[in-house]
Design a protein around this ligand. Structure first.
Ligand code: NAP
Length: 323
């Protein structure tokens, strides 16, 4: 259960890490054009991974709330949405980064409205503040991007208990609570969309990132159920499954990238473009990147036992010393 820790107990969250990765600056010469993101169904485009946002009257976002907007995929989504003229609420712990991004996106008044909401999604008060903003009626959110997430690499039994609860609280508890808040008010208006950022890791159990993969499996299943629950209404839920993406994620989670494939990586911008295009088309699910889509199809048609054997062997070769 998510809560603020009493003084004498193990805290449930970490202080946000100060990473060595430089903050990627948006090209300030490219001013946003105010253009609504709209979409229509296009299966071929999804299969081929076309990320262009199509013109149609079906979807129209006015204000999006993006969690984890201070870095990586969330930041790239915020930039893309701002370029399309969507007003934004940016959420993360590192408020300085959010302020800097907001300043850039506002483009001296020529860009969209951008609010900054500094909050720790591990913390009950932080989560409550974001929930409150999600349901606020004066400037309603019609796109919630549940993107904030993390995952530590290593044998589960030797993981720091604080990091265990942090992973569950951000990846699952916060995502569920914010989705619950958003879907309540969106259903009442019969309008809105929720994006859940899951992972390719959700498709099977993953040794050495077992907890992370399990939280993502939860998200993929949750998103699929919600999509069907809202089918035929004005509310849609799109689950996004990125594969390996170049962001701060792996440094933060102490992943040893020498042990992971060097092919199939995407940039945060590529993932953001594909994710938003899929949501604009009201797709239930989007595996980003062509290589990932092939792997997802293979995963879907292969017996679970075979997948487990292959992944188990690969993990034992990569981490012969563990556990
Ligand atoms: N990178 C990959 O290879 C990959 C692959 C598949 C899926 N994903 C998923 O994509 C999503 C985004 O990851 P990313 O790669 O962009 O990682 P990232 O660069 O590390 O960004 C993570 C974002 O989440 C925020 N965040 C983390 N803990 C938080 C907390 N307690 N409260 C509020 N915000 C918090 C961070 O902001 P602050 O630190 O400022 O709070 C940051 O903005 C995650 O859900 C991840 O699981 C990533």
């Amino acid at each position: 259960m998510i809560r603020s820790a009493p003084d004498d107990a193990l805290p449930l969250c970490r202080i946000p890490p100060r990473l060595a990765v430089p903050l990627m600056m948006r090209d300030s010469t490219s001013r946003p054009t105010r253009r609504r993101i709209t979409g229509s169904a296009g299966m071929l485009g999804i299969v081929l991974g076309r990320s262009r946002l199509l013109q149609s009257d079906r979807v129209q976002w006015e204000r999006a709330l993006v969690t984890g907007a201070s870095a990586g995929i969330g930041r790239a989504m915020a930039v893309r949405l701002a370029d399309a003229g969507v007003d934004l609420v940016l959420v993360a712990r590192r408020g300085d980064r959010l302020e800097e991004l907001a300043e850039d996106l506002r483009a001296d008044g020529a860009g969209p409205e951008v609010e900054v909401l500094e909050a720790d999604l591990c913390d009950l008060d932080g989560l409550a503040a974001v929930e409150k903003r999600v349901v606020a009626e004066d400037a309603p959110i019609d796109l919630l991007v549940n993107n904030a997430g993390l995952g530590y690499e290593g044998p589960f039994h030797s993981q720091d208990p604080i990091e265990v609860s942090e992973t569950i609280n951000v990846n699952m508890v916060a995502l569920v609570r914010l989705s619950h808040a958003a879907l309540g008010s969106m259903t009442a208006r019969d309008r809105g969309q929720v994006i859940l950022v899951s992972s390719m890791a959700s498709l099977q159990g993953m040794p050495m990132t077992a907890l992370y993969a399990a939280t993502k499996a939860f998200i993929t299943s949750f998103g699929e159920g919600l999509y069907e629950e809202h089918k035929g209404t004005g509310v849609t839920v799109t689950t996004v499954l990125p594969g390996l993406t170049r962001t701060e994620f792996h440094q933060r989670g102490r992943w040893n990238l020498d042990k992971w494939p060097s092919v199939g990586w995407q940039s945060a911008e590529e993932v953001a473009a594909e994710a938003l295009a899929a949501a604009a088309r009201s797709r239930p699910e989007m595996v980003t990147g062509r290589i990932n889509r092939v792997l997802a199809v293979l995963s879907g048609i292969s017996p679970r036992r075979l997948r487990r054997t292959i992944i188990g062997r690969a993990a034992r070769r990569a981490w012969p010393e563990s556990p």
